[in-house]
Design a protein around this ligand. Structure first.
Ligand code: HEB
Length: 740
């Protein structure tokens, strides 16, 4: 492990892929790479491999039986605490799903990303390399019929069941990825456990750093009570799932810890009730590991020597495992029955007073002021300990609002059990999208609001002739076709591939909050919906959700002069089926495709465009085609002509590309903010066009320009229309997991 003195830690490899790369030369260049992940060149499975089909062949009961066996089959190379791996596996599943955040739907356990960097090496994931390796024989036995993503979560679920929790059930359906996901913003810090970039300060906060030593702790202390965590982050430090267990920035202040917990758990849409249930339920099991000083622990998996074969954190303290394990550096056992469900966590929390102590590794933790030696040792049955807790645990008592919930659960242990089971199910499944994606025999009957449910189909499938007569009626209704296009796009493009929320199904564009979003142009939306409602009532056979998409489809068809595919079968959700608060996070605060929104201090318009394209699961060529087509169709959110580089707005053509790449136009910024540009004709010196950053990046970025060139060529007119129609249809159907 030790590197020889004076050797540069970065090796200057001189083979393919080595040397200084574009990103090193131009760190601010627009990164298109997140649009080309998880493609056929990274996925080793056969081209037609369909995970849901494979999963259906899985002997589900057999896997569960095998997992039950694994729980107590302690291995010499990584012995099980208390003879049961339950705690470790629950933590593995929780850390897998717990990276989810509500703001962009990214993170979460849906892709099996804990196998890859950075998550495989996050300081908060220490020892989970061992947990996954313990599962390898099971993975190997069942092969492609169960993904790592599903297996890790199912194992956590089975662990709970084996320790006496009646879970709500389990749904499979998370297909694996085979490369590190690059799209998630985990923060800007360059150090593990750093947090220098993620907080802005609240009112009484301290803005200046560089305070002198003596005052530092007092000022910092004030600071941890008032700072604001940067969006979309849901963790207090780089490399943590949520919060620092010792308290904010290591300061053992349970009230401040409560504040951090509320912020971070809130960012995955867990309220106080669910948060207390999750923590009190989770820490009913297992132990923490800090047998000795942290400097015994070697490199994380990503940087560990080859011969360790993907395992990291080699521990040179005594045996390096079992009783000598160092994971978090904390040494806490919460209850007297760490492998059995109980309410002891809360019972002890309130029964005892707590004093600040140090773990053998020197970390801040709390010990009960008592002589009660009631806690078993994980390896020595003759030894007993006093109850211990983390700062973040006792936060559930010392934070006023958590205290109320904790006391309530203390008095109602059965309710804690059910609340835990429910919150756990939500934790594991909330980024899976609609129920139609869920697989397996253990899907609970109860439908949850966070699933964004839509009703079952109430209309028979539309026939071809229904579709064509409806299209005719729509186009004859006297609404400008571009408005129909904008509405259909607005309805469908809320979809995000990250957590599979949003989309046209449900027609939630009629409901709060979407109906009032500025980008949806509420007054225009009202006009369109009003006209479509009349048609719907008259027809009696079609949902509004279908009609909104069909209207856009009819209008695109008319503009393109080619047929546009349409898949019916959507249904209309009610306001009661819609969690308006969490839907607010689907708001496209920037949408390049409709020329909506501008750069911020940190993010340029074109970077927002890539982010949005990624959520829409578009490739770079699809993104370029979509943008060019939307401009030709005159589909800006406000009807402006920015980027509408055509003399025939409303007609689908490749004009946007032809005019953007024309050597006869010179572009100049119009305002100081570099958001709006004017295109001046070289000959006449007249301003002929206006364009946004999103428009001009297509001509400026070499890779996007290369795509634009394809579409601007004389031989591409047909191809462009065909490709636009294809991406349009893709967007309309992004949420149609119900369609085979
Ligand atoms: Fe937990 C463990 C912290 C939440 C479940 N944790 C743990 C630890 C720590 C923690 C530090 C230790 C690690 C080692 O090993 O050393 N958590 C924490 C925090 C939080 C939490 C800070 C927030 C507040 N958990 C949680 C949840 C859950 C959990 C929510 C579920 C649901 N954990 C857990 C478990 C464990 C832990 C089960 C045990 C593990 C073993 O045993 O291994």
């Amino acid at each position: 492990m030790a590197s020889s003195m004076g050797e540069c830690p970065v090796r200057k490899m001189n083979t393919g892929g080595g040397g200084t790369r574009n990103l090193d030369w131009w760190p601010n260049q627009l990164k298109v790479n997140i649009l080309r992940q998880h493609t056929t060149v990274t996925n080793p499975l056969d081209a037609g491999f369909d995970y849901s089909e494979a999963f259906k062949k899985l002997d589900y009961d057999a896997v569960k039986a095998d997992l039950h066996k694994v729980m107590t089959d302690s291995k010499e190379w990584w012995p099980a605490d208390f003879g049961h791996y339950g705690g470790l596996f629950v933590r593995m599943a929780w850390h897998s799903s717990g990276t989810y955040r509500l703001f962009d739907g990214r993170g979460g356990g849906g892709q099996g990303q804990q196998r890859f960097a950075p998550l495989n090496s996050w300081p908060d994931n220490v020892s989970l390399d061992k947990a996954r390796r313990l599962l390898w024989p099971v993975k190997q036995k069942y092969g492609n019929k169960i993904s790592w993503a599903d297996l890790m979560l199912l194992t956590g679920n089975v662990a709970l069941e084996s320790m006496g929790v009646k879970t709500e059930g389990f749904a499979g359906g998370r297909a694996d990825t085979f490369e590190a996901e690059e799209s998630v913003y985990w923060g800007a810090e360059g150090t593990w456990l750093g947090n220098e970039d993620r907080y802005s300060r609240g009112n009484e906060g301290v803005a200046d750093s560089g305070v002198v030593d003596g005052q530092q702790s007092e000022k910092e202390h004030k600071d941890i009570h008032s700072r604001d965590l940067e969006k979309p982050l849901a963790a207090a430090h780089m490399g943590l799932i949520y919060v620092n267990p010792e308290g904010p920035d290591g300061i053992p202040d349970p009230v401040a810890a409560g504040r951090d917990i509320r912020t971070t758990f809130g960012r995955m849409a867990m309220n106080d009730y669910e948060t207390v249930a999750l923590i009190a339920g989770g820490h009913a099991f297992g132990k923490t590991h800090g047998a000795g000083p942290a400097d015994n622990v070697g490199k994380e998996p990503q940087d560990a020597p080859l011969e360790q074969q993907g395992l990291g954190w080699t521990n040179s303290y005594k045996s390096g495992k079992g009783p000598d394990t160092i994971t978090s550096g904390l040494e806490v056992i919460w209850t007297s029955t760490p492998t059995k469900w109980s309410n002891h966590y809360l019972e002890y929390m309130y029964k005892y007073e707590w004093e600040l102590t140090k773990s053998p590794a020197g970390a801040n933790q709390w010990t009960a002021k008592t002589d009660d030696m009631i806690i078993p040792d994980a390896y020595d049955s003759s030894k007993k300990h006093k109850p211990t807790m983390l700062t973040t645990d006792i936060a559930l008592r010392y934070d006023k609002d958590y205290d109320k919930v904790s006391r309530h659960f203390l008095e109602h242990p059965d309710e804690l059990h059910d609340a835990f089971a429910k919150a756990w199910f939500k934790l594991l499944h909330r980024d899976m999208g609609p129920r139609s994606r869920w697989l397996g025999p253990e899907i609970p009957a109860e439908v949850h609001i966070w699933e964004d449910p839509v009703p079952k189909a109430e209309h028979p499938t539309l026939s071809e002739s229904d579709i064509s007569s409806l299209k005719k009626e729509i186009l004859d209704a006297g609404v400008e076709p571009t408005k129909l296009i904008r509405t259909a796009f607005a309805s469908a493009s809320t979809f995000r591939g990250s957590d599979k929320r949003g989309g046209a199904n449900g027609a939630r564009i009629r409901l709060e909050p979407q109906k009032d979003w500025e980008i949806n142009n509420p007054s225009e939306l009202k006009e369109v919906l009003g006209a479509l409602e009349k048609i719907q009532q008259k027809s009696g056979k079609v949902s509004m959700a279908d009609l909104i998409v069909l209207a856009g489809t009819a209008a695109v068809e008319k503009a393109a002069g080619v047929q546009v595919p349409f898949t019916g079968g959507r249904t209309d959700a009610s306001q009661e089926q819609t969690d308006a608060t969490t839907f607010e996070h689907l708001y496209p605060s920037r949408d390049a495709f409709r020329n909506y929104g501008k750069s911020t201090e940190r993010v340029k318009t074109e970077q927002f465009m890539i982010d949005r394209a990624h959520l829409l699961t578009l490739t770079a060529p699809e993104m370029v085609v979509l943008l060019g087509g939307m401009r030709a169709l005159n589909a800006n959110w406000d009807g402006s002509n920015v980027g509408v580089l055509t003399k025939n707005p409303g007609k689908l053509s490749n004009d946007f590309f032809v005019n953007l790449l024309s050597t006869e136009t010179v572009w100049n910024p119009k305002n100081g903010d570099q958001e709006l540009f004017e295109g001046v004709d070289r000959q006449s010196k007249k301003t002929v066009w206006q364009a946004s950053r999103a428009d001009l990046i297509i001509g400026a970025h070499p890779e996007l320009r290369a795509v634009a060139e394809i579409y601007a060529c004389d031989d591409a007119k047909e191809k462009f229309n065909k490709d636009f129609v294809k991406v349009w249809h893709k967007i309309m159907d992004l949420d149609r997991f119900d369609v085979p």
